[in-house]
Structures are given as C-alpha cells and as structure tokens.
Design a protein around this ligand. Structure first.
Ligand SMILES: C[S@@+](CC[C@H](N)C(=O)[O-])C[C@H]1O[C@@H](n2cnc3c(N)ncnc32)[C@H](O)[C@@H]1O
Length: 224
C-alpha cells in the first residue's frame, strides 16, 4: 500500500497531538484522566443529544465544550455543522490550549478552569449572544472530588438555558455523578449510549435540571 504526502502529514499531526496529550497526562494524570484522546464513535455518541434539543438546527445551536484536550469532540462539533460563533471551547492545560488554537484558528478557544466557567464565558463575550443549549464535557469528571464536580455542574447549569443539557462520558456503566449530588443539584440523568469501540469503552450520560419539560434533550434509550 502506498501512502500519499497527505496521509503522512495527517499521521505526523496525529502523532504530534497524541504526544502533547501524553505530556499533559504525565503532568496531571488525575486532571487529564485518560491516556488517549477519544475516538470517533465516542465523539458521535457525545453529539447525539444535540439532535434532541428544542432547536434541532446545528447552525443555530449554541454549545460550550469543556476539557477539549486535542479536539476530538471539537472536530465532531464542527463537522456536525455548528457555527464558530456558537461554540466556545474550554481547556485548562496550556499546551493543549495551544494545540487547539493551532488546530482550530477560527474558533473561540480559551484557557480556563471549568470551575470558573461563568466568569470565563462572560469574559470571552460568548454569553452576550445568549446562554448555551448544551455543554459537552470531555472532563474526567469521575476522577474528580465531589466538591469539584459540584462546582463544575453548578457553573455549567448557570450558562445553560432552561432545558439545556450537560453531556458527559465516563469509562464505566454508572453515572459519574452520584445520586446524592444529582439530588442536591436538582438534576436528573439518562444514559445516552455506549461507545464500545472506544479505547477504553465509554458510556455517555445526559444531565438536565429536574424541572425541565421531559420532552427536551432526552437521550435515546441505548438499548434501541
Ligand atoms: C479525559 S481528557 C479528554 C480530552 C478530550 N475531550 C477527549 O475526549 O479526547 C480531559 C481533558 O480535560 C482537561 N481538564 C481537566 N480539568 C479541567 C478543568 N477543570 N477545566 C478545564 N479543562 C480541564 C484536561 O486538561 C484534558 O484535556
């Protein structure tokens, strides 16, 4: 099999992205919480709940992505049809933030802590156009202390419109947010699917305010 120069350029870029990701993991294993970027199947499953939002038009949907890493979900969001001005990408690690800025020059990519999302989103100007319809989280929420989970979810729901949803993946079958914390924050959860081809396999969960009308942003039954 012959490889074209485009193949080899793509391969060099991918190797570079994985190298930057691994270095970030070595600096902060608990924060990065994964040794490989998410795969294509998981990226697709993370975006599925967007088709169940009240506004089903990708061109007008507003999304905030947390913990973008090398941009696996970012790429999928762009391919989904999201408009650059409606997407805010948040990454805490400086090197990964630099990589994202290089990879996606037209996007609003900010280096910020998801625990201070409200202030960061406000400062970026993103919220001037209105709240977000969905937060797509690539954070390793499961490995975070409960107090950190609480502040991230509180911040996320403060920038979401009523009926908006918080989409989170986890390596395992159970919700990474405990029932006690969900009850405290008034959230209900649905499992939105399983990316079994991902390394390692991952489940997707959708969180919403419990008082949200039940037809909005409902995740599909993963057994269907
Ligand atoms: C599990 S990796 C996922 C990366 C990417 N979304 C993917 O799925 O391949 C978690 C990412 O969240 C970032 N992160 C961890 N804690 C964060 C925080 N408090 N605020 C923003 N980003 C954070 C890490 O630097 C890392 O890039």
């Amino acid at each position: 099999m012959r490889f074209t120069s485009t193949d080899s350029t793509t391969r060099i870029r991918t190797v570079h992205q994985i190298r930057v990701f691994l270095r970030a993991w070595a600096r902060d294993p608990m924060g990065v919480a994964a040794v490989l970027p998410s795969g294509r199947q998981l990226s697709q499953k993370m975006l599925k709940p967007l088709s169940l939002l009240p506004d089903t038009n990708p061109a007008t949907q507003r999304v905030i992505e947390l913990g973008a890493g090398t941009g696996a979900f970012t790429r999928a969001l762009i391919d989904h049809g999201l408009h650059a001005r409606n997407l805010l990408v948040v990454e805490r690690d400086a090197a990964l933030h630099g990589l994202l800025c290089q990879r996606f020059p037209g996007l609003q990519v900010i280096q910020a802590d998801a625990c201070a999302l409200r202030t960061a989103a406000q400062a970026s100007g993103y919220l001037q156009e209105g709240p977000a319809d969905a937060v797509i989280s690539g954070l390793g929420l499961l490995s975070m202390p409960r107090a950190t989970q609480r502040s991230i979810l509180t911040e996320a729901f403060a920038v979401l419109r009523p009926g908006g949803c918080f989409v989170q993946f986890t390596y395992g079958h159970a919700s990474p947010v405990s029932r006690a914390l969900r009850d405290d924050l008034g959230l209900h959860v649905r499992r939105a699917g399983l990316a079994w081809r991902n390394a390692p396999p991952a489940s997707v969960f959708v969180y919403q305010r419990a008082f949200t009308a039940p037809h909005t942003c409902q995740a599909p039954d993963p057994t269907q």
